[in-house]
Design a protein around this ligand. Structure first.
Ligand code: A2P
Length: 343
């Protein structure tokens, strides 16, 4: 092993994001000397696919990280809380997809297109942001750099894959049952998700917002490195399998025209502007699924205020919103020679 050819652990490798991490690592030819999938004891000995072959899943244990350089975690918050510090202690840098470490001041929260330099101060655990936040900041950071965003109002339309493999199965099952006139019993979500929209993602907080909404508020400020941006969010689960969509309204300090926004975003990394209303071309979740880029369309001036813009932002929540972003962080760590836990 070496920092340039790391030994990589994928924790939660049997889940929706973990499987995608393996696919992205293979597709991007991540320069690993070895890749080892970990999951719970339930999956130990089972197989997962990697680069056309099968890898045997190992049970995650406290001493699993000896000899690893990098661990990509997507196994839920409680697994991360317990195992990420153990990994870092064993000298293995963690990129964690759960919300456990995101607001910890000792952990950088990184989107490589937006704040790669925050990796410089990592102490062993780096947090991968919330999926809805990632796609929004990829699109908004170039506009913030140009015209300083004062306020963001966002409403999301989030796919079930964000909840994990069991939610994908729940939408499939409920859809088939309802189409056959059978009743459904919700198991993953509090209500039926097929043919419905749920204005609740994660639990409610004391202020009436959901935890998902407050993640968007707090994570956006941390990633953009600007506490003065005001953010308000409404997050909604919709019966879509892959890709989150977002209706985003921004108010800027200086004026941006529609043409300015199109020009800035089409030159920015990781973004495709799909905005030809005359041809009925705009981003949609079925087109973004399986893609790496963040798609932006429906760009309009908000005519109700002086300096306002409306955007429609769509990205694959499992790829750019989770697995791809985590792998890109790994690549950036190698590029910057930061794949080590500081003493
Ligand atoms: P397992 O399949 O063995 O339960 P998803 O978000 O799609 O539901 O996936 C969650 C992932 O996290 C799965 O790979 C799951 O493994 C893994 N996981 C859940 N709990 C643990 C745990 N205590 N230790 C290791 N992996 C875990």
């Amino acid at each position: 092993m070496s920092a340039q050819n790391p030994r990589v652990a994928v924790v939660g490798a049997t889940g929706a994001v973990g499987r995608e991490m393996l696919e992205v690592l293979a597709q991007r030819q991540f320069p690993a000397s070895e890749i080892v999938p970990f999951a719970s004891s339930r999956s130990a000995g089972g197989k997962v696919e990697y680069a056309g072959s099968e890898l045997t899943v190992r049970e995650l244990k406290e001493d699993s990280f000896a000899g690893f350089d990098l661990a990509l975690f997507s196994a839920g918050g409680s697994t991360s809380e317990k195992f990420a510090p153990l990994a870092a202690k064993a000298g293995c840098v963690v990129v964690d997809n759960s919300s456990a470490w995101r607001m910890d001041p000792k952990c950088p929260l990184v989107v490589p297109e937006v704040n790669p330099r925050d990796l410089e101060w990592h102490q062993g655990i780096i947090a991968n942001p919330n999926c809805s936040t990632i796609q929004m900041v990829v699109a908004l950071k170039p506009l913030h750099d140009e015209a300083k965003i004062k306020r963001i109002v966002v409403s999301t339309y989030q796919a079930v894959s964000g909840t994990g493999q069991k939610a994908i199965v729940e939408l499939e099952t409920q859809t088939a049952r309802l189409m056959n006139g059978q009743e459904v019993i919700p198991q993953v979500y509090p209500y039926q998700i097929a043919f419905n929209c749920l204005p609740q993602i994660d639990v409610f907080m004391d202020n009436g917002y959901t935890k998902e909404e407050m993640k968007m508020v707090n994570e956006t400020k941390k990633i953009m490195g600007d506490d003065s941006i005001r953010v308000t969010a409404t997050t909604v689960r919709v019966p879509v399998f892959y890709s989150h969509s977002e209706s985003v309204n921004i108010e800027t300090e200086t004026k941006l025209t529609v043409e300015d926004v199109r020009r800035i975003l089409s030159q920015a990394p990781g973004i495709i502007v799909a905005d030809y209303p005359e041809k009925k071309i705009y981003p949609m979740p079925i087109d973004a699924a399986g893609q790496d880029d963040v798609f932006v369309g429906r760009i309009r001036e908000d005519e109700s205020i002086d300096n306002g813009i409306n955007l429609w932002i769509v990205a694959d929540n499992i790829r750019k919103g989770a697995a791809l972003n985590a792998v890109q962080i790994g690549e950036e760590l190698i590029r910057r020679n930061l794949l080590r836990v500081p003493k």
